[in-house]
Design a protein around this ligand. Structure first.
Ligand code: PEP
Ligand code: MN
Length: 338
């Protein structure tokens, strides 16, 4: 159910509706929009008896939500969600957000070298995994807490915001302490207890699409985070498994307009994990921006042949400069800036 407030409704009217929803035993989620506030209701198993809500001051209408997800849907919030990080970086506004950095945090020096280069080219958020979800248990698993400390240093030295993956509930707490945005990886997209915990964290969540998740499954995963009270979620298309074998995954460019149509959360594209091949990254990044993505996540490494993970898909800093120039031209054509 969704309570749509009148444009003239006061904050006190909104609070009275929230109180009534709580009295009925459900959870209210007030979502202020540009012209009006909508209040999502969760915790109900079926339709609820809404007469007492309908009669309250400032209520325009009470409507059922038809989708399996509610709080992430455009029905609940017609305006785009814009997320602001403490460094001033924004995700979901007119300006594209670019997250760049190595797959894994390796050393302090290497992280700083890459961070300075990507910042100069226009990235506003630095990425680097400290906890790595590797297919093989014998592959590099990440530096753990030391990796988070290096990310702190990068932030302090460059002013870039930081984003890194939390693999489990324990690392989520640590990541939330250190970084500006908590990444939940493709392999954990339906780890519902982790999603609930991320929903109780006080930092934005960067939720990657599962390898074989439909859009509806993906949006319901995001719904888990919002339903716990964290409305700051960024989606990211990172390629899905298909029969195509020329690339690591298949970049689903079509999910970008589909997600933007169904939901109000920003969506970024990660051409690096989608493709797995260095030569593919710039063309896919261009396609993503042309399709309306709110930004990109790109793996960049100054010595990809020495990278501890994903070297084959990491672009060089010079290529990242080129990517940003290309993307700036496409952004202009679709009414965005970089
Ligand atoms: C990553 O961003 O380093 C990563 C492991 O991505 P994904 O979860 O999309 O595979
Ligand atoms: Mn990677």
């Amino acid at each position: 159910m969704l309570v749509v407030m009148d444009v003239s409704a006061t904050p006190r009217d909104v609070e009275a509706v929230c109180a009534e929803i709580r009295r009925l035993g459900f959870t209210p989620h007030a979502m202020p929009g540009a012209s009006r506030t909508a209040i999502g209701i969760t915790g109900n198993q079926g339709p609820i008896e809404a007469q007492t809500i309908r009669e309250l001051a400032g209520v325009l209408e009470v409507i059922p939500v038809t989708k399996p997800y509610k709080l992430v849907s455009r029905e609940v919030r017609p305006d785009d969600t814009v997320i602001r990080l403490p460094t001033g970086a924004e995700i979901g506004g007119k300006r594209l957000s670019v997250i760049a950095g190595p797959c894994s945090v390796e050393t302090e020096e290497r992280s700083l070298t890459i961070a300075r280069r990507v910042r100069r080219a226009g990235a506003t958020i630095f990425r680097g995994g400290a906890y790595k979800p590797r297919t093989s248990p014998y592959a590099f698993q990440g530096l753990g807490v030391r990796g988070l400390e290096i990310l702190d240093l990068v932030r302090a030295e460059t002013g870039l915001a930081t984003c890194t993956e939390a693999l489990d509930e324990e690392s989520l707490e640590r990541v939330a302490e250190h970084c500006d945005m908590i990444q939940i990886g493709a392999r954990n997209m339906q780890n519902f207890s982790l999603l609930k915990k991320a929903g109780r964290a006080k930092k934005p969540v960067f939720l990657k699409r599962g390898m074989s998740a439909t859009l509806s499954e993906y949006l319901q995963a995001a719904e888990y985070v919002l339903s716990e009270g964290n409305y700051q979620v960024v989606l990211c298309e990172r390629g899905i498994r298909t029969f195509s074998d020329h690339s690591r995954n298949t970049f689903d460019v079509g999910v970008i307009p589909a997600a933007k149509n169904a939901c109000h959360l920003p969506i970024l594209a990660d051409p690096s994990h989608a493709s797995g091949k260095r030569y593919d990254i710039i063309p896919l990044a261009r396609a993503a921006v042309a399709a309306g993505a709110d930004g990109l996540m790109v793996e960049v490494h100054d010595r990809p042949e020495e990278a501890l993970s994903d070297g084959a898909q990491s672009i060089l800093p010079d290529q990242f400069d080129q990517l940003m120039l290309d993307v700036a031209r496409i952004a202009e054509a679709v009414g965005r800036t970089v």
